[in-house]
Ligand binder design. Structure first.
Ligand code: HEC
Length: 134
């Protein structure tokens, strides 16, 4: 009787440390799977986004298509797969200068990024994608 009591305490202890180990392991995986949780845009990049992109791709946007495609203000909630695909899309639209949409720029030409700004955005997205895929 006494021996089984000790055994019980012992196995409870082993079990508890095992669970504890797993909890901290899981916590770590969680933060690794969301690398942009504390995401900070470089100042230069943020300025371009604010000027040329944020108005449509954020809570302020009027087009659901734009918001479905990209939300700068929700990037920290994207998982890794979504982030990689978003970075890929950003590289594409900045490379082809497809964003902001042409029709819109006819009305608001001051939103248009300069060639250098397109390049800055594209390089940044490329770097982010590289970091995510490491
Ligand atoms: C006037 C609103 C508006 C602005 C400003 C704007 N977008 Fe968009 N964006 C849209 C809309 C609408 C869509 C979805 C439909 C489409 O693809 O045309 C979209 C789609 C996208 C997509 C998804 C890929 C794709 O081709 O559908 C990306 C990436 C994107 N925008 C990036 C940007 C970036 C980067 C900027 C700033 C340089 C920007 N957008 C500025 C309206 C906007």
């Amino acid at each position: 009787m006494k021996r089984s009591g000790i055994l019980f305490v012992l196995s409870a202890f082993v079990l508890a440390s095992f669970i504890q180990m797993n909890i901290s392991k899981n916590a770590k995986t969680e933060s690794e799977s969301n690398p942009l949780e504390e995401y900070k845009f470089p100042k230069k990049v943020k300025a371009i986004i604010d000027k040329s992109c944020y108005g449509c791709h954020s809570v302020d946007g009027k087009s659901d298509d734009a918001k479905d495609a990209l939300r700068w203000d929700k990037m920290h909630e994207y998982d890794k797969a979504k982030l990689v695909s978003v970075m890929d899309d950003i590289i594409e639209v900045t490379g082809e200068k497809k964003m902001p949409p042409k029709k819109f720029l006819e009305k608001k030409p001051d939103w248009k990024p300069t060639d250098k700004e397109y390049q800055t955005l594209s390089k940044w997205a490329d770097k982010e994608a590289g970091k995510l895929l490491k």
